[in-house]
Design a protein around this ligand. Structure first.
Ligand code: ZN
Ligand code: ZN
Length: 831
């Protein structure tokens, strides 16, 4: 801006300020309006295709003040990515005003749903306010967004608020720039907005006045206090609510929901209630109170305990605070936490429709607290956990999606594309204008309703973001429904499909959210997860990849071990234990040395000969280099989880929970279980061999070593060998002086294990590696789509570059045929 120098000398200055980021639909224009009037400036502010544009004139010092204050006082839900200013020549309205949006391709961003703000919370609890106890109160700084939107632009008519005509009082607030409800599309009050009703799900009628003289929300609270299960229609879906401190009702809910061991989410009135059960650190406190208001996993080490009923065999409880006025009132009189678990039937997504709720939740809940505003889009509760002092998103939905993630330097020219994600914990991701828009958590696509929802949401996002992909990106796994769908679509629309290896996508996801530039040197990606399709047709899941966005080289792995029964081996940890013991030492050796152990008797009683035959003949017994399966096997040997896992990752979570903090402190590196690094001709890769660990853990079982100590020894031993492997791979072949990489990216669901993650990260940093890890997007498959998107974008950027330089007919030909050439480095086995 060359006006800067002149600005100091002349009195009058007129400039144009361009603000980019999440600045539409969040009260940005009224904020600018208020500041400009404050400073006695003339001009106008309006939305256009690029964000917000301010044209302003006045004394140069006032104009400077405006710039500073826009930067420092944005409205709570805004996110400023960029502010630019330049001298403006032209006429300005003498009184500063909010002008109509400029026509054209307005790039309206839909903000994430936001938890009730402090102003609204005060208002609805003040008996002298007209919105006293109004469950749907909201303003520009809070309330529903993604959950109610049906199309663009984000105006009331395109939301599920459309049927509610504003009353005069609301209309007035809506049109006053100095009101915090100016242009708040979901504005409502007792007179004109949605209403709550409490119904019995068995069809009978009740006079709810016997429960409460206040209102139906208070009556629902009374019913929860009396030990009833109540279905509650919340912001992004139905919940099932009951008194968390009432063991009988919790057990009943668990039985009716067929939710064997999976933990329930809890909601508490305030931090004080949470602190009775859990310790809450400062980062955790900020998270709980944030506008996203996610579920936060907290150490369940308070004076009171709910652990066994709510989160069996785990060491954490997932708590959230009230997110809407409705929840505020529901919890107001509850001195105890309330179970607030998603309202669904086993395996299905959270219910959002009233008819579905009446039909399917009737067998679980006796009452339903419903309302007449439709939920347009299912938005599950987000889950977060603080690890290594930083907030980590484990499930990204309410409060976070669809906030875009700015792609790193080098991706500015990325064309529009759609990445389809994985199969479990699926999400999808759009690339547009240098940003990645990751969908909210969709769930497991093998469920028909989840798959329908996934399709519906892809169409919605395409409309919301005016998105028309030039290519689709999918996982290599031929059986993933998301991959199959990508190919179907690609054929129908004549688009290419870019296939991306699962663990490469994990690494790229971690790089992208850490703003790692496109042309920066390769990193070592350590990806530890359950299962993903390898590029050699085997199953991977414990991988050391030298990778950038463009390609990767597999430098090392966990030892591949048979999974007798395939999917069944994932569900039944004892199968992995058996396969691991056989692969490590053989059954005869195990029988000779450890016949006195209970686990020997147990495994002897299982159908071993069937498994032996399966392993021998390779029938339904894929080999997997999986870290997740190693966790399963260790949990099985310790008796923590042997027969069956009720949910994905249960054995690993229980194994982590078995480590008590004292045991962890007492385990020095010498006492950690040993692993070794072997080189296999077969794999032509170094791999982590667990034989020594098995010998040590079995010997500890003979000595009756306490389980917490054994669990700690396993975690630390595993972290140690991972870091040793990274060190060896960095130094590369003998004779190389410079390390092959200085940065290590950690990804994969196993890194949601706090102990493993913190130990690996700390030890890598001690070795002077720069460690990149996940925070904004999940380390598990929920983050996969972001990595796919980045890799797809990198390949298309390269393909474009080649095309422009050479006008290469081959690329355009292959793109027409539905495949962009894979641009990965040669793999060792192909050299
Ligand atoms: Zn508010
Ligand atoms: Zn009203």
């Amino acid at each position: 801006m060359n006006g800067q120098d002149e600005a100091q000398q002349i009195e009058y200055l007129a400039i144009e300020i361009r603000v980019c980021g999440r600045v539409q639909g969040v009260g940005f224009r009224p904020t600018v309006w208020r500041i400009a009037r404050d400073l006695d400036l003339c001009g106008e502010v309006f939305n256009d295709a690029y964000g917000v544009l301010v044209r302003v004139g006045g004394s140069s010092s006032a104009v400077d003040d405006l710039l500073v204050r826009i930067k420092n006082e944005p409205p709570p839900l805004a996110r400023i990515d960029r502010i630019e200013s330049r001298v403006f020549v032209g006429n300005l309205p003498p009184q500063f005003r909010i002008a109509e949006s400029l026509a054209g391709d307005v790039h309206t961003q839909v903000a994430p749903d936001a938890s009730i703000c402090s102003d609204c919370a005060q208002e609805v609890t003040n008996p002298f306010e007209r919105r006293f106890r109004y469950p749907f109160a909201n303003c520009t700084h809070c309330g529903p967004r993604l959950s109610i939107v049906r199309g663009i632009p984000y105006d009331r008519v395109n939301t599920t608020m459309a049927p509610f005509a504003m009353c005069e009082a609301c209309e007035k607030e809506y049109s006053e720039p100095n009101n915090r409800r100016f242009n708040a599309e979901a504005i409502a009050c007792h007179d004109c907005g949605p209403r709550m009703t409490l119904i019995r799900l068995d069809g009978r009628t009740t006079n709810f006045d016997q429960h409460s003289m206040v209102d139906s929300v208070d009556a629902a609270c009374r019913l929860i206090q009396k030990g009833e299960i109540v279905a509650v229609k919340g912001l992004g879906g139905y919940h099932l609510a009951c008194d968390a401190a009432n063991a009988d009702v919790v057990a009943r809910l668990r039985g009716l929901k067929r939710r064997d061991g999976k933990p329930f989410a809890l909601m508490a009135r305030d931090l004080e209630v949470i602190r009775r059960y859990c310790s809450v650190g400062s980062v955790e406190e900020r998270l709980l109170m944030s506008t996203a208001a996610p579920i936060v996993l907290l150490a369940a080490d308070g004076l009171q305990s709910l652990r066994e009923e709510i989160a069996p065999s785990l060491s954490t409880l997932g708590f959230m605070l009230p997110t809407t006025p409705l929840h505020l009132f529901l919890l107001q009189r509850m001195d105890r936490p309330v179970v607030m678990t998603s309202g669904n039937v086993f395996g299905e997504p959270q219910i959002i429709g009233d008819t579905a709720a009446r039909e399917r939740l009737a067998g679980i809940a006796s009452y339903a607290l419903i309302h007449d505003r439709e939920i347009a889009n299912r938005v599950d509760d987000s889950i977060t956990r603080v690890m290594a002092g930083q907030s980590r998103v484990l499930r990204r939905a309410r409060g976070f999606a669809p906030a875009p993630i700015t792609l790193p330097r080098g991706f500015e020219a990325a064309p529009e594309l759609l990445a389809m994600g994985g199969e479990l914990k699926a999400t999808f991701c759009l690339v547009k204008d240098g940003e990645a828009i990751l969908s909210q958590h969709q769930g497991d696509l093998e469920n028909v309703e989840t798959l329908d929802d996934y399709r519906k949401n892809q169409a919605l996002y395409a409309e919301l973001f005016g998105h028309a992909p030039v290519a689709l990106v999918a996982d290599l796994h031929p059986e993933y429904l998301s991959t199959k769908m990508a190919h179907e679509w690609a054929r129908a629309r004549e688009l290419p499909v870019i296939e991306v290896q699962h663990h490469h996508a994990h690494v790229a996801s971690c790089l992208a959210e850490n703003s790692y530039p496109l042309d920066a040197p390769p990193v070592l990606g350590i990806v530890l997860d359950g299962l993903g399709w390898g590029d050699d047709g085997t199953i991977w899941g414990g991988e050391f990849l030298l990778a950038d966005y463009r390609g990767y080289e597999r430098l090392g792995a966990f030892k591949p071990v048979a999974m007798p029964g395939g999917v069944q081996a994932v569900r039944e940890p004892w199968r992995n234990l058996y396969a691991h013991l056989v692969a490590a030492m053989g059954w005869a050796e195990f029988a000779k040395n450890f016949a006195e152990l209970e686990v020997f008797a147990d495994l002897s009683s299982r159908p071993r000969s069937v498994l032996d035959a399966m392993i021998r003949n390779g029938v339904n017994t894929p080999k997997a280099s999986s870290c997740g399966r190693l966790f399963d096997a260790v949990a099985a040997v310790l008796g923590i989880s042997r027969d069956r896992q009720a949910y994905e990752g249960e054995a690993g979570s229980r194994l982590e929970a078995a480590v008590d903090p004292d045991a962890l402190l007492s385990v020095s590196d010498d006492l950690a279980y040993p692993f070794s690094i072997h080189s296999s001709e077969h794999l032509s890769l170094p791999y982590i061999e667990p034989l020594a660990m098995w010998q040590a853990i079995l010997a500890d079982l003979v000595l009756k070593t306490p389980v917490p100590v054994m669990a700690a020894r396993f975690h630390i031993g595993l972290a140690k060998i991972i870091v040793i492997t990274a060190g060896k791979l960095a130094s590369g072949d003998v004779g190389e002086s410079a390390p092959r990489f200085k940065t290590v990216a950690l990804s994969g669901g196993c890194f949601q294990n706090r102990i493993l993650f913190e130990e690996v990260a700390r030890r890598l940093e001690q070795q002077n590696f720069t460690v990149l890890s996940h925070a904004q997007v999940p380390a598990n498959d929920g983050g996969l789509a972001l990595g796919q998107a980045a890799i797809g974008a990198a390949r298309l950027i390269d393909a474009e570059a080649i095309q422009i330089e050479l006008v290469n007919p081959h690329i355009s030909q292959t793109r027409k045929n539905g495949h962009v050439p894979r641009n990965s480095r040669p793999h060792p086995e192909n050299r």
